[in-house]
Design a protein around this ligand. Structure first.
Ligand code: ADP
Length: 369
């Protein structure tokens, strides 16, 4: 093994180990040394990777021109899934005493994504099935003698309309979510008029706000920096947040929307704006806050359904805010109310000469997305 090859292998992100014909470690690259805590070469592989299926596969190929692939899970703080691939070398003069090469591919993220996709499909089907089951039940009932009764028919049709609307809402939200996810990596580049967006939202929700006797009050701070964004998506964000404030806030109390400059967006250090939506409702238990943006998570399922919720509103908000490289923060005091804050970063000054003062502005690389 020439040192150059060792150095090259050290840059491979996948843990890679060369074994001699007796299964002793001849070389472990940096990723393998980190993962398996290998400090010395010359020891049996079993000292570092005591996994029966790995050792069995290695023994089968050592010194033979054969390969094996085995899926394994390594225990630890976070269990990690790997595909272990091992290829044996025939004993030959140019094999340099190497009996096999073993590579571990980390599949943890891919497996987790697969699991999430499977859970999502199961949850979405379940959410669609219950209104559909209700509709089928009512249709069957109306086909029987109960359908002849005018009053029953009117009542059932009312419920059927509500259930059908729930399904339509759910499908709309599912489509919105998938559309947002598709272009989440593309940051919006056009300036957006936040005041115009908020005006459209308050107009769209005015009927609902009036019915709940909850005025929507919008206030603007001074010196607001300009932000980039996609108006349709930001409309969706503030619509979902203000609609939630109406749904879960105290009836008869105002919903307050405040737009303020933010000197530092938490966790990023960048300047921007903060749009705060505050209600005076029952609030949210502290332990539920980290889960609010999970798909289909609701603090009170029956309550969400009774107000026409789908459990997807805040998941949509989170993805749109991510796309804008912003942040969603939630503060709540049970019994008093909640504030949902959307931070949006200010437009970046262009790298280069600023007009007027002739200075070069350096933009930290972490801020350039
Ligand atoms: P939903 O369609 O159920 O409203 P969301 O994703 O918009 O779904 O919200 C998830 C859950 O978060 C809601 O079911 C509700 O329990 C809780 N929630 C959201 N906004 C508020 C709020 N302003 N006050 C209290 N609870 C809220």
């Amino acid at each position: 093994m020439v040192p150059l090859t060792d150095r090259i292998l050290d840059h491979f992100p996948d843990p890679t180990i060369l074994l001699d014909a007796r299964r002793a470690v001849r070389f472990a690259n940096a990723a393998a040394r980190d993962l398996l805590d290998i400090t010395r070469v010359g020891q049996d592989l079993a000292m570092s990777l005591r996994h029966p299926r790995v050792l069995e596969a290695v023994d089968q190929v050592l010194g033979r021109a054969e390969t094996r692939a085995v899926d394994i899970t390594l225990p630890g703080v976070t269990r990690r899934n790997f595909e272990m691939y091992v290829a044996g070398f025939l004993p030959a003069a140019d094999a340099n005493g190497i009996g096999a090469v073993l590579v571990l591919r980390d599949l943890t993220t891919a497996r987790r994504a697969e699991q999430m996709r499977a859970d999502f499909v199961a949850n979405a089907s379940h959410e669609l099935r219950s209104p559909l089951a209700a509709l089928l039940g009512f249709i069957e009932t109306l086909e029987g003698p109960a359908g002849d009764d005018e009053e029953t028919r009117r009542r059932f049709l009312g419920i059927m309309l509500r259930e059908a609307k729930r399904m339509a809402g759910l499908i709309d939200d599912l489509l919105t979510l998938s559309r947002v996810e598709i272009n989440e990596h593309v940051r919006p580049t056009a300036p957006v008029d936040i005041a115009g967006v908020l005006l459209n939202v308050t107009e769209a929700l005015s009927h609902q706000a009036k019915a709940a006797n909850m005025p929507i009050r919008v206030n603007y701070g001074s010196n607001l920096p300009a932000v980039h964004g996609e108006a349709d998506q930001l409309f969706q964000v503030f619509r979902n947040l203000i609609e939630n404030a109406i749904r879960y806030g105290a009836k008869g109390e105002a919903v307050d929307v405040r737009v303020e400059p933010a000197a530092r967006i938490p966790g990023t250090g960048r300047a921007g704006i903060a749009v705060k939506v505050t209600d005076h409702g029952e609030g949210i238990p502290e332990e539920a806050i980290p889960r609010l943006t999970e798909r289909f998570y609701r603090v009170d399922k029956a309550r969400s359904k009774s107000v026409g919720g789908t459990g997807l509103g805040l998941a949509i908000v989170k993805h749109i805010v991510n796309r804008h490289r912003g942040l969603l923060a939630v503060e709540s005091e049970p019994g008093k109310g909640s504030t949902f804050t959307v931070y949006l970063p200010a437009e970046q000054p262009r790298q280069g000469l600023l007009p007027g003062n002739g200075e070069t502005v350096a933009i930290p690389s972490s801020d350039v997305s």
